[in-house]
Write a new protein. Sequence first.
Length: 117
Amino acid sequence: MIDKLIGIYNANGSITGEISFLFGKLTGQAQCALCDISHGPFKKKSAFSRAQQTLGVPFEILHLDELDATLCSFKEYAPCVVAIRGSECSILLSNAELARCDSDVERFFDSLKAKLD
């Protein structure tokens, strides 16, 4: 049984990190499939927030600079979704799987739910 899900963005959450990511995205030097799924051009997608609340498992999203010592080992795999089971953590959805969702909220949550079943 999964206790919690952690989505890890491939970006830092500070103002400098957000600006750096935006510049990198505009120049084609930075990407984050999870960001593309959860956010539109200016804010978090409301469909994402609604689906996140109805998942049935706590689901938190963190930036690279917000990871604790346990989750730091997943930095190199970001973006990804990590499943926490007791004291064990493992990747539930990889960067490639997130990219296949093609920025689609429904496709993302369908993929997530399929892994939870």
